[in-house]
Write a protein that binds this ligand. Structure first.
Ligand SMILES: [Mn+2]
Length: 326
């Protein structure tokens, strides 16, 4: 089946997901709150209705252990051969990382996502770029059946976690009345929404705080402060005692500098390989910048991985951003 840049009806996706076929659900590498919440909520809803679904994710950051996944997450597929493979919160097939081949080899491949850069890589696609989160789409699929499921508290907690994570706690402009209506229904179920919020947004490891401090020390500005950027080498990351998953907070901090219209954070993932994260305001579409370097994301939050020297990469990225600022 060739790539078709169009969605099937949600009803059709729903019929297939709840048709009794065995299902695997995976999300993108380095799973975040939305990826974890969406994958687990969907699989738990299938199981709650007497179906058979498993979730396969890469190991994820400790803060996300607050998401009530009820033990459903596995890291390896073993011999499991699902009839349906569902990718959630994944812009393209590559982002499935180690689960890509199993996905590609499945009979029915479903792609449910909200990334602007989505490549419609499934046999059945449902991509809603207006949705705040993939979890908001999952709510559209399972919301009306929640009250009849005996694992509804877990499902609601997972969906809520993903919405809260991707909206930055209902702060980002992706938050809509649909988002809040979903949250309003979800919060009727039993899960610790206060703990979820505080764990995801207000806690950090000692080593992560040190890395944030280092990144702030390395901060530079350009274009009268409209561009703020920073970088960290492998040695600097190691000297703080953390790894790449401890750096996720940094880019938002850079974006928070007053007057900043575009923030860039570059860190060395492995020798000569750099991960670039970008955040912006209306004037700058960083997903276009990321795409020109083989990455992707949203207009105001995007990233890419680039090989080369740090200085060279930063220069090229900043040139691209500057073009949009003039
Ligand atoms: Mn998402």
């Amino acid at each position: 089946m060739g790539l078709k840049m169009s969605n099937v009806a949600l009803k059709e996706i729903k019929e297939i997901i709840f048709s009794g076929r065995s299902i695997a659900v995976s999300a993108h590498t380095s799973p975040d709150g939305d990826a974890i919440g969406a994958a687990c909520a969907l699989a738990m809803a299938v199981n709650g209705r007497g179906g058979y679904a498993k979730v396969f994710l890469e190991k994820y950051a400790d803060v996300f252990n607050v998401i009530p996944v009820n033990g459903i997450v596995e890291n390896e597929m073993g011999e499991f051969k699902p009839e349906i493979y569902i990718a959630v919160d994944c812009g393209d097939m590559e982002r499935l990382g180690g689960f890509k081949e199993a996905f590609a080899g499945s009979k029915i491949r479903i792609n449910i996502d909200h990334h602007k850069s989505n490549t419609y890589f499934g046999d059945l696609n449902y991509v809603d770029t207006e949705a705040s989160s993939t979890c908001e789409i999952i709510y559209k699929i399972v919301g009306d059946m929640l009250s009849s499921l005996n694992n509804a508290d877990y499902i609601a907690g997972c969906i809520y976690s993903g919405i809260v994570f991707d909206t930055g706690g209902f702060r980002h402009t992706s938050t809509s009345s649909i988002t809040l209506a979903a949250a309003s229904e979800l919060i009727k179920y039993k899960f610790d929404f206060s703990k979820i919020y505080n764990t995801i947004f207000n806690t950090r490891k000692f080593e992560e705080a040190k890395a944030l401090g280092r990144a702030i020390l390395n901060m530079e500005k350009l274009a009268g402060g409209e561009i703020v950027y920073s970088s960290m080498s492998q040695e600097e990351i190691k000297s703080c005692g953390t790894e790449s998953d401890g750096l996720s907070e940094i880019i938002n901090y850079l974006k928070g500098i007053s007057g900043c219209k575009a923030a860039v954070f570059v860190y060395e993932k492995s020798t000569g390989v750099f991960k670039v994260s970008m955040r912006s305001e209306d004037d700058v579409d960083v997903s276009a910048v990321a795409q020109s370097f083989g990455g992707g994301g949203h207009a105001k939050a995007a990233g890419c991985t680039v090989e080369g020297s740090k200085k060279e990469i930063l220069d090229k990225i900043i040139v691209e951003i500057s073009k949009q600022l003039t």
